[in-house]
Design a protein around this ligand. Structure first.
Ligand SMILES: *Cc1c(COP(=O)(O)O)cnc(C)c1O
Length: 410
């Protein structure tokens, strides 16, 4: 008799986006003339820029010639891409990595989930609230939690509230924890962490022998030059942090699929006998066994992101999204709304008007402005009373949405 993994049954049904879809459809059916603008989803909209496309095409053509054909590549990723990341991404930040410390993959979503493979189930895990749901649900799936309580908190996981009162920067967990997820710039709140804030987390992790899972998927949207882009800019981080990065939001690769994870050689954790073991060794073994690498053309396209021609084209798209964010932020502030984020992140985190719940505000915005966003409560109980808008849309739509909100909600 085959038994299922019962942990999957603890998960609340994927509720947020289907429910948004249901409400939008029912409104659209009743109001066929309404031009609905969607500022809800966390997906990019601009096409790939020419230098990336050219590298992509050329690499596809390589596969059609026996001299340049590529079969299985290294599970850890091609050296040509890893070298680019070492030289163009990390060296300018003063961070020195070597090629065995970077692992190319097909996404940060998978990496943040798969990394759990190399850690014992007995580890106590802390995560933000609200949070990118993947961190929560993958810990439930693997069996680290009990059931969810009525609010949506799973027994056994440690939640760190990110509230207006703490500037959406979580306080240190009071329980003893072994693994801490951090995401800066943050999805969903758009909050960034200063060097001082990250230094406190690194010091906390070192003092408590905990590991930080640092998700920097939105690093490219940092505008302020004093903000750190990598956890490894903080002294001591190589002894306590794994960093997740992705080409998805940086370079429009959400459909192409390429990301990478940094596991420094200096990072260790204990085995059952209390001996220190290098995590890099375990992750390398995990990837070599369960993963067969990212396709050659995709890695060539990814390398072109940081080429002399590619980067200015990629940066222009990031600037376009960040101008969208500025338009939303200033426009909604003029409408009297309280708006967080959007300055160094493509997400804006609004306080709902009149103390409405996140879902009531969703309905109001849909009904009165024909604008769709994401209810903050969908990212965790502490997101209640907040609302996420994304800056990844089309400029004309963004301007129109902001004008409607100013007309109807101000
Ligand atoms: C979009 C996103 C990612 C990237 O996921 P991919 O699988 O690389 O597309 C990672 N973390 C967060 C918080 C995200 O929002």
């Amino acid at each position: 008799m085959a038994r299922i993994n019962d942990n999957y049954l603890k998960l609340k049904a994927g509720y947020l986006f289907p429910e948004i879809g249901r409400r939008v459809k029912s409104f659209a059916d009743a109001n066929p003339a309404a031009k609905i603008i969607r500022l809800g989803i966390g997906d990019v909209t601009r096409p790939l820029p020419p230098a990336i496309l050219e590298a992509f095409h050329k690499a596809v053509d390589d596969l059609g010639q026996s001299q340049t054909f590529h079969g299985y590549g290294p599970e850890q990723g091609y050296g040509f891409l890893i070298d680019v990341l070492i030289d163009k991404v990390y060296k300018p930040l003063g961070v020195n990595l070597h090629n065995g410390e970077i692992f190319i993959s097909d996404g940060s979503k998978c990496d943040t989930a798969n990394i759990l493979d190399i850690f014992d189930l007995g580890n106590k895990v802390a995560l933000g609230d609200p949070v990118y749901p993947v961190y929560n649900d993958t810990n439930v799936m693997i069996g680290r939690s009990g059931e969810a309580d009525p609010k949506g908190y799973y027994q056994g996981l440690v939640y760190m509230p990110c509230l207006e009162e703490n500037g959406f920067l979580p306080d240190f967990p009071t329980d003893k924890v072994d693994i801490i997820y951090l995401c800066f710039p943050n999805n969903p709140t758009g909050t960034t962490a200063s060097r001082e804030v990250l230094k406190k987390w690194v010091d906390f992790a070192l003092a408590n022998d905990a590991i930080l899972f640092f998700d920097a998927a939105y690093e490219a949207f940092i505008v302020d030059p004093v903000l750190p882009r990598s956890i490894y800019e903080i002294e001591g981080a190589k002894q306590c942090a794994i960093e997740f990065r992705s080409f998805s939001k940086t370079a429009g690769f959400t459909g192409v699929r390429c990301a990478f994870t940094v596991v420094p050689d200096a990072l260790t954790a204990t085995n059952a006998r209390g001996e220190r073991i290098q995590l890099n060794r375990l992750w390398n073994r995990r990837q070599s066994t369960k993963f067969n690498g990212v396709s050659y053309p995709v890695q060539k396209a990814a390398a072109a992101v940081y080429s002399e021609q590619g980067w200015p084209q990629v940066k222009a798209i990031i600037d376009y999204y960040m101008e969208n964010a500025r338009i939303i932020r200033t426009g909604l502030q003029k409408a009297g709304l309280t708006v967080y984020g959007g300055e160094n992140a493509p997400y804006l985190w609004l306080k709902t008007v009149g103390g409405l719940s996140s879902w009531d505000f969703f309905d109001k915005l849909l009904r009165e402005c024909h604008v769709v966003g994401t209810p903050g409560s969908g990212f965790g109980p502490s997101g209640e009373g907040f609302f996420r808008l994304s800056a990844f849309g089309d400029r004309d739509n963004i301007e129109e949405a902001v004008a409607r909100i100013r007309r109807n909600l101000a």
